[in-house]
Design a protein around this ligand. Sequence first.
Ligand code: SF4
Length: 413
Amino acid sequence: MTQLSLSRKLAVLSDAAKYDASCASSGTVKRSSAETGGIGSTEGSGICHSYAPDGRCISLLKILLTNFCVYDCIYCVNRSSSNVQRARFSVEEVVALTLDFYKRNYIEGLFLSSGIIRSPDYTMEEMVRVARGLREGRKFGGYIHLKVIPNAAPELLAEAARYADRLSTNIELPTDVSLEALAPEKKSSSIRTAMAHIAHKREESRPDGKVLGKPKPTVLAPAGQSTQMIIGADAATDATILERSASLYSGYGLKRVYYSAFSPIPDSSSRLPLAPPPLLREHRLYQADWLLRFYGFDAEEIVSGGRDGLLDLQLDPKLAWALGNRGKFPVDVNRAEREVLLRVPGLGVKVVDRILTTRRHHKLRLSDLGRMCGSIEKVRPFVEAADWTPGGLTDSAGLRGQMTPKPVQGELF
Ligand code: SF4
């Protein structure tokens, strides 16, 4: 085999890692230089730019340890039957690259995944050696996100959790049937077992007591677990996707489910679609995911505004739901419960909390809402205030026409 230069390996293995979306570094706790006795911190700014849910831009060295793989998942460019150039870093090379990039202020941390070489245990062991080498060998206090190899020994997962801020085990596809068809060597039971084991270990590591009324953060993998689901490679509907997400959130306490629109790959199987799904579908799924996590919606009702189990691509899912449930509006902002206010289009969590605080002191008028929301246009047809009722603004079809925006990528509600 030809020996590749380090820079060529970096080019191959960073390009191979670009298909993984699950690398936002939100939610960790700071490992200070004082704590590690060395360099690096999970705080601050930063070759891969990711956006945390709070909007913070972070930069990570996002690479695979290797793109050799003994598995043949048909949607993956690194599958064993794929004709791509292969490369492999040594553990020492990844440690040195991370430190070098960190010292140059290119990155805040490392996102490390890998194809499976020899066995799940061997691969996971190599990844743990990278993390251990950084933390113990070089006192690295920056952010580390490790991809979990399902079927690796529980002791290796526990050790990975000891060194990493975040662990992610990819669920890959929305249904077990699709996983079996498109990634026959993977077993959804092994993926779920790995998630459950990590969740259990993290919980065991939580110190007793509370900070500001909340349980203290766990010592193991303090930024929690995440996963990635490929959308549009199979026929799963958005309803199925969101139901799977809801069960992952409730069953394993995941911090995030990342949705990655399937991208067609060279020489792919005829079982895969020829075209990617609309990017807007991925965006609507992220919006719907927020409704699941923070707005009290369940998966079934979120997709009720669309058709055939698919989200409405023209409207954000909360607005689509509200238009489909016109009978539940208008909502009186001076009397409604928090969970009812959270369902009003245009009212985010922070605004709802401000409404609840402010109305203790005086009755809210439409202008008060306008000041809290920035724009009142989206809210006005759905609320009553001290000086406002929507009157004739109750026709769903008319409102839909009025409120359908030109799609803008990256827009959040
Ligand atoms: S295990 Fe499957 S998805 Fe992961 S690198 Fe190998 S072929 Fe790709």
